[in-house]
Design a protein around this ligand. Structure first.
Ligand code: ADP
Length: 452
C-alpha cells in the first residue's frame, strides 16, 4: 500500500496549517489572473487565459501534493504566473497529475469509509496518514501527521513489532491483540504490514475493534456451558432410575412402574431440550426459513386450545378461546406460530394453580396494523425483576422449578419465531399473585407486502 501522506485532507503537520492553505494558494492564483485580465484587452489574452486556467488547476494539484517538508514551512505563496503560453506536452503533464490526484482522493475516501482505524507510519513511527476511524480512535491531537503521537498510544510490544517490521527487508506482517486503553477499553486486533514508498520503509497499521466478536464468543461459550449443565440434570436422573430398575431396587410393581414413568418423563424432557436448542440455533444462524402463507389466526388459536384441553382438565383449569375480534388472516408460518401459542398455553397451565383459568384472545390493533394474540392466566405471576431476563436462554424464575419442570428455552424460542422469523414482537405483563398476560403481535400489512 502506498499512500502519499500529503493527500490526506487532515494533513496538518505540526506547527503549520499548510494543508488548509493549499486552496488559498490556488484561489490567490485565480484572483491574480482575474486582476491581470481586467487590465488587458480580451482579444489579446484569450489564448493566455486558457493556459493560465490550466496552470491554476495544475498548480492546485501540485500544491495538494506538496511533500510535508515544504508544507510544514507554513508559507504557501501563489506560484508565479507563466509568462509564455503552455505547450501541449505541459497540458498533458498537468492532466496526468490531476488524474493521479483524483485517484489518490478516491483511495483516501475508500480508507475513510472503513470502520477500522488505519495509520501509516514511517521507520521512526511518525504518522504519514490516518483515516477518519483512526482520528476518532486516537484523537485528533494524536493524529497530527509527521509526529509519533499516534504510534506512542500503542503498547510497547506493538511499537517494537512495528519498528522491527520497518527495519526488515521483506514484505512482512504481524498480528497483535490487546485491550485498547483509550476511552473505550475495547479488545482490539492490530495488523501491521510492511510497505515501501520511494525506497522509504513504511508500516500500515490497521486496528479493528473486536468487541462484538468477543461478545459473540462469550455468548456461545455461555450457551454451551448452560446447555451442558441442563443436559446433565435429566441424564443423571435417567441413569439413577435406570440403575434402580436394573438392580431391582424397587419394593413392588407400583414402584417399578413409577421408576419407569420417571425415566420416560426425563427422556421427554431431554428430547424437548435438544429440540429447543436445535430450533433456536437453526433460527439464529439463519438456516431455518419461515414458510409464510395466509393463516387464519383464529382457527389456529382454536386448534391449539383444543389440543391443550386435556391437559387443562387434568389440572382443573378452565381454558378457553375468550375473544376473537380480529377474524383476520395473516401471512405466517402456521407450524411455527402454533409452536408459540402451544408453548404460551402450556406455560400458563404449568404456572397456574388448580381451579384457575387461562384465556386466549385475538385482537386486531388497527393503529399499529398488527394482530395481537394474548394468553392470559390468573396464576403465580412473575416478579418485576425477573421480567427483563424472561425471554433469555435457560432462564427460569427462582422457585418455579419446584412448581413445574421446564427447559428455560421455550420463551426464547417463541421470541426467535415471532421477532426473528415474522418481524413481530413479544412481551409480557405480570404481577405476582395475580397472573400474567403473555402476548405477541404480528404485523399485518408489512407481512402482506413481504409475502407478496
Ligand atoms: P420453561 O420450560 O422453564 O417453562 P420457558 O422459557 O417457557 O421455560 O419459561 C421461562 C420461565 O418463565 C419459566 O421457567 C417460568 O419461571 C416463567 N414463566 C413462563 N410462563 C409463565 C407464566 N405463565 N406464569 C408464570 N411464570 C411463567
Amino acid at each position: 500500500m502506498q499512500i502519499d501522506s500529503s493527500n490526506s485532507r487532515r494533513a496538518q503537520p505540526e506547527g503549520a496549517d499548510s494543508a488548509y492553505r493549499v486552496p488559498v494558494g490556488a484561489i490567490l492564483l485565480v484572483m491574480t489572473i482575474a486582476g491581470i485580465l481586467s487590465q488587458l484587452s480580451v482579444g489579446l489574452v484569450e489564448a493566455w487565459l486558457m493556459s493560465a486556467a490550466a496552470v491554476a488547476l495544475g498548480a492546485a494539484a501540485v500544491l495538494l501534493r506538496l511533500p510535508r517538508s515544504s508544507a510544514s514551512a507554513g508559507t504557501l505563496a501563489a506560484p508565479a504566473l507563466p509568462t509564455t503560453p503552455l505547450r501541449p506536452s505541459d497540458a498533458e503533464v498537468i492532466l496526468k497529475a490531476r488524474a493521479v490526484e483524483l485517484r489518490s482522493e478516491e483511495r483516501t475516501k475508500l480508507l475513510d469509509a472503513l470502520t477500522d482505524a488505519v495509520i501509516l507510519v514511517d521507520e521512526h513511527g511518525e504518522a504519514r496518514f490516518a483515516n477518519e476511524a483512526a482520528i476518532e480512535r486516537f484523537g485528533e491531537e494524536n493524529t497530527v501527521l509527521g509526529t509519533r503521537r499516534a504510534f506512542e498510544q500503542l503498547p510497547a510490544h506493538v511499537r517494537r513489532g512495528v519498528l522491527g517490521l520497518a527495519s526488515c527487508d521483506d514484505a512482512a506482517r504481524r498480528r497483535f491483540e490487546f485491550d485498547w486503553r483509550g476511552d473505550r477499553h475495547a479488545p482490539v486486533v492490530v495488523h501491521a504490514t510492511r510497505a515501501e514508498s520511494h525506497r522509504q520503509a513504511l508500516v500500515a497499521i490497521l486496528m479493528r475493534d473486536v468487541r462484538v466478536e468477543r461478545e459473540a464468543d462469550r455468548m456461545k461459550t455461555e450457551f454451551v456451558s448452560k446447555a451442558s449443565h441442563e443436559l446433565r440434570t435429566p441424564l443423571s436422573s435417567l441413569r439413577a432410575y435406570a440403575e434402580m430398575v436394573a438392580d431391582r431396587e424397587y419394593a413392588d410393581d407400583a414402584e417399578h412402574d413409577r421408576f419407569l414413568r420417571v425415566i420416560l418423563s426425563e427422556a421427554d424432557r431431554l428430547s424437548k431440550l435438544v429440540d429447543h436448542m436445535l430450533d433456536i440455533s437453526r433460527i439464529e444462524s439463519g438456516i431455518a426459513r419461515a414458510n409464510l402463507a395466509e393463516t387464519d389466526i383464529v382457527s389456529l388459536c382454536r386448534a391449539c386450545v383444543e389440543e391443550q384441553q386435556g391437559e387443562a382438565k387434568r389440572r382443573s383449569i378452565a381454558l378457553a378461546l375468550a375473544r376473537t375480534t380480529a377474524g383476520a388472516t395473516i401471512p405466517a408460518d402456521s407450524g411455527l406460530l402454533k409452536q408459540v401459542i402451544l408453548n404460551l398455553i402450556s406455560n400458563a397451565l404449568k404456572y397456574t394453580p388448580e381451579g384457575g383459568r387461562v384465556d386466549v384472545e385475538v385482537d386486531f390493533d388497527g393503529l399499529a396494523r398488527e394482530v395481537v394474540i394474548s394468553v392470559r392466566d390468573n396464576g403465580l405471576g412473575i416478579p418485576a425483576d425477573a421480567l427483563p431476563q424472561l425471554f433469555g436462554k435457560f432462564y427460569r424464575v427462582s422457585g418455579h422449578e419446584k412448581v413445574a419442570k421446564g427447559t428455560g428455552l421455550g420463551l426464547n424460542l417463541c421470541r426467535n419465531i415471532v421477532e426473528g422469523m415474522h418481524g413481530g414482537k413479544i412481551g409480557v405483563d405480570s404481577e405476582v399473585g395475580r397472573g400474567s398476560r403473555f402476548w405477541f403481535a404480528i404485523p399485518a400489512e408489512a407481512m402482506l407486502r413481504k409475502a407478496a
